[in-house]
Design a protein around this ligand. Structure first.
Ligand SMILES: *Cc1c(COP(=O)(O)O)cnc(C)c1O
Length: 341
């Protein structure tokens, strides 16, 4: 396989059309076999459930080239299981977990020329998604669905080092109590667009959402979970039923405990105690960890001792260990790395 002629390290996080994508259709109560296709266009009725009532969910994961030259994915079974949860909550048909993981293999294999080489800092981002494709005018679930999966190469998240970001405590909510915050539904993102653009207009990089019920506890940002480090090096992450369970965050907690011997806590985190932490980071597939240097709560600044120049020392260790596992430099826990070729 000859790699595409791309300057990998200068890629951003944007859609670049690749050669093949996977498409499966659900009709008359069953999924078809699914195929790889070169056709990147989706053709659906103007009245499709997804277009009228936003019946859709998605996932995001990456394929990498490891140090010894294999193309691998990281815990794809976790993404498949999470999409199952999303589908059940949205009255959509579940795509079987084992076939889901095989579809990822197929898509990556068919686009292996697009998988960035080891050391480039770039990765292949894979976007599985499902939507109601048949006509719906009365409010109800669609009868037919499409499950698709495409991939696109994305550049190093941090060009020239991971600079800490500044976030604000947000007055808008991303999820209702007992709502859909814990699933990866497109609608959660549609609702967050105004809040993130408003944050940018005010000069902030991200929003810190609070618990929608009492607005006293830390939840997450629009697309990443929080990790905090206490002054005695305990890793703390907020616990709430309206947080999206990040696979990166769950992997980092495991790494903290089992690779670095740190104490970990998943518990409610009050906004009032955030000023006492030594480090703060945001975790998700895209960046693994983005360090947070400052949180602004209505003009009141919380500045972490790790500062605005670089990642805090514990955050850095977590980042290096997890990316070392993903890139094959460190031994992975059983089942975390799926070798594709
Ligand atoms: C996808 C997502 C995350 C990150 O999850 P990962 O599995 O680590 O990529 C965090 N928060 C929200 C709201 C998300 O949609």
């Amino acid at each position: 396989m000859e790699k595409k002629n791309i300057d990998w390290s200068s890629l951003g996080f944007a859609y670049l059309e690749t050669d093949k994508r996977f498409v499966a259709n659900y009709k008359d109560g069953a999924w078809d076999e699914g195929v790889l296709t070169s056709d990147s266009q989706v053709r659906i009725t103007e009245c499709a459930g997804v277009l009228q009532y936003s019946q859709s969910c998605f996932e995001g994961l990456k394929a990498y080239t490891t140090q010894d030259g294999h193309i691998v994915t990281f815990r794809p079974d976790m993404n498949a299981a999470r999409m199952k949860d999303s589908c059940e909550r949205l009255e959509m048909p579940v795509y079987p977990v084992d076939k889901w993981v095989e579809a990822v293999d197929q898509v990556v294999k068919a686009n292996d020329a697009w998988v960035p080489p080891y050391g480039s800092g770039a990765t292949l981002y894979i976007r599985p998604y499902m939507f109601g494709s048949s006509a719906v005018i009365g409010v109800k679930p669609a009868d037919e669905y499409q499950f698709r999966m495409f991939c696109t190469p994305v550049g190093p998240y941090f060009k020239g080092g991971a600079k800490p970001i500044t976030i604000r405590v947000c007055d808008y909510d991303r999820a209702a109590p007992h709502g859909t915050g814990h699933i990866k539904a497109g609608l959660n993102y549609a609702m967050s667009l105004y809040a993130i653009m408003d944050a940018h207009r005010q000069g902030f990089d991200e929003n810190m959402y609070l618990d929608p019920g009492t607005r006293t506890k830390v939840e997450e940002t629009g697309g990443a979970n929080f990790l905090f480090i206490t002054k005695d090096n305990t890793v703390v992450t907020p616990k709430s039923s309206s947080i999206l369970p990040s696979i990166t965050r769950r992997s980092l907690l495991y790494v903290a405990e089992h690779y670095l011997g740190l104490k970990v806590e998943e518990r409610e985190v009050l906004l009032d105690e955030v000023k006492d932490f030594a480090e703060c980071g945001l975790c998700g597939t895209a960046a693994v960890i983005s360090p947070v240097g400052k949180i602004v709560d209505h003009g009141k600044e919380i500045c972490f001792p790790s500062g605005m120049e670089e990642m805090g020392p514990v955050t850095k260790k977590l980042y290096d260990t997890l990316t070392g596992i993903q890139m094959g430099r460190l031994e992975a826990p059983e089942g975390w790395i799926r070798v594709i070729e």
